[in-house]
Design a protein around this ligand. Structure first.
Ligand code: ADP
Length: 468
């Protein structure tokens, strides 16, 4: 069977099927209960009539009869009859008419004569009768047999009418319910159709559109809102991607333009070896800058794709900070910036040593770059509440409050000219933040313009902690 592609149709079909089963069970229940009760009632009537007639049995020359008690013009004629047999089984009274033609059942009469009461259904010419055959007692002796029959016609008629009613009402109810069900399902699902239509119109190129359906806070309303939120996230992600590509291209073009300019000037006329050397030096610096930039871009791209495995090794924090300081020291000394290492507690944490070293070197590199000569950079660490903290403080130029919230964004530079001159592309702190967060930690900055900046990295000790 081909799958039904309309949810509305499927819902309606399920609903109608369920209703059909419930209605069928309900109708069968009503019919069977009524049938049972009506036949019970008929049995009761036959029994009552029999005991009534037993009371009025008379004897003519010692043989029981009902001749004086039951008139031949019985209003129930055709619907009930009574017969009396004497002790030898001969009929002494019979109110059944030729129309009833209920044959005498000899074996029932014989059973009654031996004291046994029998009830059974007997078919007449055009009716079925409930017949009860029972002994007549006189002074403790069985003197004859009484047979009482009542037509089942009324009961059968009532049941037939009920069947007709049910047979008409059943399909009618189902029909009305199908229309009702289809209408309700249509009403409930129509917002989904609208949603589909609108969603189809929103393409990757135009993620600024929103469904913005004014729906109540029900299942469909929540779906529409969730969809809008997803589009908003996609929009942000796509925009960031576009900006990232544009910024990266721009950053790569700048050193290429510088190289091109230098080379063209050098090729303009013959020069001495010293001039070529100078040009090659500049080219070399620009190529270094590009290598750094491409390296950073690659790191971030692989980090985004989750392709950089984060090792969890036991890292001795004091050793790591000391190693980073030693690597950063020569550059700072050349720029006459003092590097001070604050002593701290012994701390071991589970982390990726290479990535943490890169993080610290980035922070120290920045501190060195943005601190004028004569300034000071302090690096230290502590451990408390299951967290390790590492800080890098400087007495440098600081960061203006309006820039501070953005310095961890990609390609963001608070002071473009100064940063570029210092060889930065605005990616260092983005990488620092990724490293801290990849370890389940965080990085934050505080700064006073003109006085200095402090970066604090917080890393959990236990989350990734190896045996220390
Ligand atoms: P960059 O490679 O340009 O240094 P970063 O991502 O490392 O890029 O830093 C972003 C910006 O934050 C820098 O351009 C700079 O303006 C600012 N910044 C970072 N560290 C410091 C610091 N220690 N002192 C002052 N400004 C800083």
């Amino acid at each position: 069977m081909p799958a039904i592609r309309s949810l509305r149709l499927r819902l309606t079909l399920w609903y109608v099927l369920l209703l059909a089963i419930i209605l069928a069970a309900f109708s069968a229940g009503i019919y069977l209960t009524l049938r049972h009760n009506l036949y019970d009632g008929l049995n009761e009537s036959v029994r009552n009539r029999a005991s009534l007639l037993l009371d009025v049995v008379q004897y003519e020359s010692g043989r029981p009869t009902l001749a004086g008690a039951v008139s031949s013009s019985d209003p129930n004629e055709g619907e009930s009859f009574a017969r009396v047999f004497d002790a030898s089984g001969r009929v002494t009274f019979d109110s059944s008419t030729s129309a009833e033609e209920v044959a005498v059942d000899r074996s029932a009469v014989q059973s009654a004569l031996s004291g046994e009461t029998r009830s059974r259904d007997v078919s007449g010419s055009d009716e079925t009768f409930r017949v009860r055959t029972l002994p007549i007692q006189r002074n403790g002796q069985i003197s004859g047999v009484l047979e009482v029959g009542m037509s089942r016609g009324d009961v059968a008629d009532t049941l037939r009418i009920l069947l007709v009613i049910l047979a008409v009402a059943y399909p009618l109810t189902l029909g009305v319910a199908s229309f009702g069900g289809a209408f309700l399902a249509g009403r409930a699902l129509s917002p989904i159709d609208r949603l589909t239509g609108l969603a189809r119109r929103i393409s990757a190129e135009d993620l600024s559109q929103r469904l913005d359906l004014k729906l109540p806070d029900d299942e469909v309303g929540r779906l529409a809102r969730t969809f809008d939120e997803m589009i908003a996230r996609l929009d942000t992600a796509f925009r960031r991607q576009r900006e990232f590509t544009a910024d990266a291209s721009h950053e790569l073009r700048t050193p290429l333009t510088a190289i091109k300019g230098q080379v063209e000037v050098a090729l303009g006329k013959p020069r001495d070896a010293g001039s070529y050397r100078e040009v090659l030096q500049v080219v070399n610096e620009e190529v270094d800058r590009m290598i750094r930039l491409v390296g950073s871009l690659l790191t971030l791209a692989r980090a985004d794709a989750g392709q950089i495995p984060i090792a969890s090794e036991a890292v001795n924090l004091p050793d790591l900070v000391a190693a980073a300081a030693e690597q950063a020291r020569p550059v700072m000394e050349r720029r006459d910036v003092e590097l001070r290492l604050e002593p701290g507690p012994a701390v071991t944490l589970g982390a990726d040593e290479d990535l943490l070293l890169q993080l610290l070197l980035n922070l120290l590199d920045n501190a060195g770059k943005y601190t004028p000569s004569g300034g000071r950079v302090t690096v230290g660490w502590a451990a408390e509440d299951g967290q390790a903290q590492v800080w890098v403080r400087d007495t440098g130029v600081g960061i203006a409050p309006e820039h501070l919230p953005h310095i961890f964004d990609r390609f963001y530079r608070a002071d473009k000219a100064r940063s570029r001159a210092a060889g930065g592309a605005g990616l260092g702190l983005s990488i620092c933040r990724w490293i801290a967060e990849a370890h389940g930690g965080s990085i934050s900055a505080e700064s006073r313009p003109g006085e200095g900046t402090a970066f604090v990295v917080k890393l959990p000790l236990s989350a990734r902690a190896a045996a220390s």
